[in-house]
Design a protein around this ligand. Structure first.
Ligand SMILES: [Zn+2]
Ligand SMILES: [Zn+2]
Length: 165
């Protein structure tokens, strides 16, 4: 992975690669953070290409959870093309697993903490409102690339389901 970081940072000088403890894209600073502790794992290379793709596609803001999911799909599609250029193969099951985890996470955010109905996010806000029991709840702004582990996804959903009556 380290040689790929070098290759990518030379190819895309407008992106800054920063060693960190997880993979994510920071649109504010045009920085790609990568987990340097897992440099020997194949999935690290795939994540690196994915975050790079967010940067190359100039992903900046999104207004709603659903839009974020579309950007995630676009970033993976771009990552597949980028992988081809660099003669790397990305496991498509891994991509699907990442996207499923995202869908799961977003689904859980949309469940009413009052009655469990699935609800729709209010336009361009971090609020959801229940059509059934009228509970309103706040979710933290969505971020690119949540951690991919399902158990963490569940915990986060619980934390985010802050109830506002
Ligand atoms: Zn409800
Ligand atoms: Zn992403």
């Amino acid at each position: 992975m380290r040689s790929l970081v070098k290759t990518l940072s030379e190819a895309y000088p407008h992106l800054t690669y920063v060693p960190a403890t997880s993979f994510y894209w920071s649109p504010e600073t045009s920085e790609v953070f990568y987990d340097d502790t897992k440099y020997d794992q194949a999935s690290s290379i795939w994540s690196l290409l994915h975050e790079t793709s967010h940067g190359l596609l100039k992903h900046t803001t999104y207004k709603a959870d659903l839009e974020l999911l579309h950007l995630e799909v676009a970033a993976w599609e771009h990552a597949l093309a980028l992988a081809h250029t660099h003669k790397i193969t990305i496991d498509s099951d891994y991509v699907q697993d990442c996207l499923d985890t995202y869908r799961d996470w977003l689904y859980r955010r949309s469940l009413c903490p009052g009655c469990g109905a699935q609800c729709i996010q209010m336009d361009s806000t971090n609020f959801y409102r229940c059509f059934n029991c009228r509970t309103r709840w706040h979710v933290s702004p969505s971020r690119f690339c949540r951690p991919y582990r399902r158990s963490q996804t569940r915990e986060q959903a619980v934390i985010f389901a802050e109830k506002h009556l």
